[in-house]
Write a protein that binds this ligand. Structure first.
Ligand code: M6R
Length: 594
């Protein structure tokens, strides 16, 4: 993970880097650091510490002008988050500063073979990079030294590098971790994500793996690892500045929960012409040609994948499997004859998914990415991609991307379905029903105060509701730190019911008539053992004491509604406990390490 921002130009490097890092904090927020050159002297200052970018801002010296710098916000992989392990890292003689996103797999080997005499300050894998570049810079040009170092590194890296002896240049390179250039007449930004460039650049250049960039004021050269110039594409930044601000909301998560009806309407506008679905022909063809779909995803996107499986199998009669990306990458199941691999990822950068994509591509299989970030690695590298149009999702806990993913999966499944529903109308109904739930958020906050009083909690459901329970429980545990499990309601009695004691909160999701009675009898079993039960059900099957009743929609779309109270439950449980809702501990939004 980690976020990188670097700048060389005529503007205030400190402002661009600090603001950029704030926008990249979703990538990690264990520590932050910046190296800046004083415009009036050749002096470089480094400020870095454990903690957030706001803390970095408070310890940074604002008394000098700077037009060259590199900054970093960290999600720790090697070494605890402390001042010494924070980036930038400096080379042994102090000539080079380096910030890094990624993991160097062979750093121990490099230490023991190439850097035997070097004294290391930190526990990081990154420090070897700074030392290696310096070591090679004695024998060759800096560009060659960086490329030589790249050739030795195994693993993933996006790097921004300053040579303190040549402040007219800034260097960058990458392999597997994302990196791009934000370009402008008065300077160039290096960043992990285009969001860092919004407001400063209107165009950007995404960088390919194993490329090296030399920036010289307003111009740049992109080369491959052997130093040959490579062609590149300049793209327009089309992110609206207001979409990446909180506006009237106290948290991004609350804003993003509230945006869900609008997101569904945007998807309808994007993918419908009247009542007809308009999709890239190749996408529909790829699905239709396959004999089995393999959904590969992680976290919330995987939970959306489970709903997708129900949609593909029940609407379109296509067999579908869902795989945990990190397992699939190195332990592939027996495959069908004509598989299609569907990678679902909000960020489009999740390393576990990319490892799987690389594997199946090497075997010649077809792939489709469903993502929120059309410029992402997974979108670029799959055969086809479908954009979910959720708009930037900033809160670490995914909300609107989940509903958007399900809506897209419904549209894909519908394309092959013989079910005659008016999809546009049904999805519009879902958007209105979500608004009805949003109107009840204060009431849900009260329920949270009454019911979520313990350190643990269970969500139970059957069929498609069970998959909603998986997402509901992930949401609750990741931001409120309440230990929560999503359970198939009928499975509790086979062991886990032993954990139920007086006042254990058990939340049931019941949206399917066919399993209504069964789930309710499982609820009785836990109630009689002291559990405090809270029920989310649909109007047509609700009972008088169910606490949260939602509208009836096309049954397979009910997960789009049942998740909304669950998102609010998680939000208010975290708010009640005073936690940092948008940046929960130990997590990062974009998980670019395996
Ligand atoms: O960007 P992706 O959708 O690939 O990310 C996958 C997971 O890391 C992500 O969904 C994670 O589980 C979220 N924190 C859930 O809210």
């Amino acid at each position: 993970m980690c976020g990188i921002v670097g700048y060389l130009g005529l503007k205030d490097a400190r402002e661009i880097i600090i603001n950029g890092l704030k926008r990249l904090e979703y990538r990690g927020y264990d520590s932050a650091g910046i190296a800046l050159k004083d415009c009036d002297s050749n002096h470089f200052s480094v400020f870095k510490d454990k903690g957030r970018v706001a803390h970095l801002e408070s310890i940074t010296d604002y008394t000098f002008q700077s037009c060259l710098g590199i900054g970093h916000t960290r999600w720790a992989t090697h070494g605890e988050p402390n001042q010494v392990n924070s980036h930038p890292h400096n080379s042994a003689k102090g000539r080079f500063f380096v910030v890094h996103n990624g993991v160097i797999d062979n750093y121990k080997e490099l230490k023991s073979t190439k850097l035997k005499e070097t004294v290391f300050e930190s526990d990081t894998d990154t420090e070897v990079i700074a030392h290696l570049i310096e070591r090679y810079s004695y024998k060759m040009s800096v560009s060659e030294a960086i490329r030589k170092t790249m050739s030795l590194l195994e693993g993933s890296y996006a790097l921004a590098i300053i040579d303190t002896e040549d402040p007219n240049h800034l260097y960058a390179c990458k392999n597997k971790s994302p990196l791009l250039l934000g370009i402008n007449d008065d300077g160039i930004i290096i960043a992990s994500d285009v969001m860092a460039c919004v407001g400063y650049s209107t165009q950007y250049v995404p960088l390919e793996d194993k490329t090296f960039v030399e920036i010289d004021g307003a111009s740049y050269t992109i080369k491959d690892i052997i130093g040959k110039e490579v062609p590149h594409e300049i793209k327009t930044i089309d992110i609206d500045y207001f979409n990446i601000e909180k506006g009237e909301y106290s948290h991004f998560m609350l804003k993003e929960i509230n945006e869900q009806p609008a997101v569904i309407r945007t998807i309808i506008n994007e993918y419908f012409d009247g009542d007809k679905v308009i999709l890239n022909g190749k996408t529909s063809e790829a699905i239709a040609m396959s004999d089995r779909l393999y959904i590969i995803a992680a976290g919330t996107s995987m939970n959306a994948g489970f709903i997708g499986r129900e949609l593909f199998e029940k609407m379109a009669n296509i067999p579908c499997e869902v795989h945990i990306a990190s397992e699939f990458a190195y332990n592939m199941p027996l495959l069908s004859k004509k598989p299609l691999f569907i990678f679902i990822s909000q960020s489009g950068e999740t390393a576990d998914l990319r490892a799987g994509l690389v594997n199946i591509k090497a075997k010649g299989y077809r792939s489709l990415t469903i993502t929120n970030v059309k410029t992402s690695t997974l979108a670029r590298e799959a055969d086809n991609f479908v954009e979910i149009h959720a708009g930037p999702e900033i809160a670490v806990a995914s909300t609107k991307a989940y509903t958007a993913q399900i809506v897209i999966l419904a549209i894909l499944a519908y394309g092959l379905s013989d079910k005659h529903i008016d999809l546009r109308k049904e999805l519009s109904k879902v958007a209105i029903s979500i608004e009805n739930i949003i109107d009840k958020k204060d009431y849900i906050e009260q329920l949270v105060k009454e019911y979520l009083t313990k350190r643990n909690c269970f969500y139970i459901g059957r069929g498609i509701d069970y998959y909603s329970c998986l997402e509901a429980s992930l949401k609750l545990k990741e931001i409120s730190y309440i230990q929560t499990e999503g359970f198939a309601a009928g499975e509790l009695k086979h062991g886990t019911i032993a954990l139920i004691e007086k006042d254990t909160p058990v939340i049931a999701i019941i949206s399917q008539r066919s399993i209504n009675k069964n789930t309710r009898s499982n609820l009785n079993e836990v109630k009689s053992r002291g559990a405090k039960t809270l029920i989310i059900s649909t109007r047509s099957i609700h009972e008088s004491d169910d606490q949260i009743v939602i509208d009836d929609v096309f049954e397979l779309f009910s997960p789009l509604l049942t998740v909304i109270p669950a998102q609010f439950i998680a939000y208010y449980a975290a708010l009640e406990r005073g936690y940092d809702i948008d940046k929960p501990r130990n997590l990062a939004k974009s998980v670019t390490v395996e």
